[in-house]
Design a protein around this ligand. Sequence first.
Ligand code: NDP
Length: 448
Amino acid sequence: MSVLPEAIETIFQQVKARNPGEDEFHQAVKEVLESLGPVLVKYPEFSDHKIIERICEPERQIIFRVPWQDDRGEVQINRGFRVEFNSALGPYKGGLRFHPSVYLGIIKFLGFEQVFKNALTGMPIGGAKGGADFDPKGRSDAEIMRFCQSFMTELHRHLGEYTDVPAGDIGVGGREIGYLFGQYKRLTNRYESGVLTGKGIGWGGALVRKEATGYGAVYFVREMLRVRNDSLEGKTCVVSGAGNVAIYTIEKLLEMGAKVIACSDSQGVIVHEQGVDLALLKQLKEEERRRIEDYALHHKDARYLPGGNIWDVPCQVAMPSATQNEINGRDARKLVRNGCIAVAEGANMPTTPDGIRVFIEAGIAYGPGKAANAGGVATSALEMQQNASRDSWTFEFTEQKLDDIMTGIHAATWETAEEFGAPGNYVIGANITGFIRVANAMLALGLI
Ligand code: NDP
């Protein structure tokens, strides 16, 4: 990856100084800025109007107290966040994460990436992200509901179908979106379906939203392999995580004739050379909310590796679908050495800068999260369209739209990478394509 040109380096140092201690945010900003040198040469107006400086500063950052009572009657206090990063292209859009590791730096990195990802979809959505340092693990349904109600009691004043539209992310799935939507409806006295996405089918939700991020990531790999005259048929794959993105990544990989031999959670790794049993995985994770360790109780030929590293498992296609910085330089080298030819990121920023360098230098097909996992938010935008027109589309129709969007993102990032002298480099392709779309809108809207 290139060294930052001087003017951009100065901006990056300012971003670091203004946002101390937010390492993940610095990492996400640096990755984008490293791609932008040639853009400023071609479009000097972006420098004149300080677009980069403005794009790195969120439009609004909200931090709030979330008090709630647990089942024993004890008062608990968490911290809630919503970072409304950029609304040049449309209402703020981006998920909510409930995880104990959440702090401002994580929400800002996710919000920053979301701005460019949403631009890549070509849909009218700005970028935001939110969440709380709340740990849902081991909490009862009643506790989750009380937490969600308290969280929304503050957040609702900042939301609206034309203002800011959250969705799920780690720790926030259909159950949480239900409780959040219920409280929003109660507080505002409005059935404003378009204010949240990822809703249940039957009360405003859209078919394919649950599957969209995983399916979309697989479409992206299919395209990366297609331009290399290859396909997923018969490929051995490894998918990290066992949550929403991982499960539907596995489902689509299997549909496309690939074989998935490993998945994981934060405690360990399951290796099943016969092929991961998707029905069992869904039962354990979606219905029973159990640990992945229990998978091995059902399949004696599967191995559970407590604390294991999934990237040590040899594969041809790797799909990180758990969390940020889960693949470091060492892991990337191991993957390449073991014969990996494609990596597509279902998770956000799962590869460290060292790891990215290894993939790019090795010349493997590497699809960064901004492009590869954009299918989730794109389908959220399709859910908003259906809500606005009080319509509901079939699974097949919506899935075809998702496929078209992912194929379009692949084509745009591929072409931009070529245009800017970095053929096959989807990092540069995604960063530049997304940036130019947002920058042009910001120029058109005046000094905002
Ligand atoms: P889920 O909460 O459904 O699942 C997350 C999975 O990742 C779980 O298996 C979890 O294991 C594992 N995980 C989480 N944190 C860690 C950690 N620190 N170390 C190791 N494993 C971890 O979340 P999603 O599937 O929705 O999200 C996964 C990733 O995809 C995230 O990076 C998210 O930002 C990204 N993403 C999600 C989208 C969506 O539509 N949901 C859209 C675009 C990107 P455990 O249960 O043990 O914690």
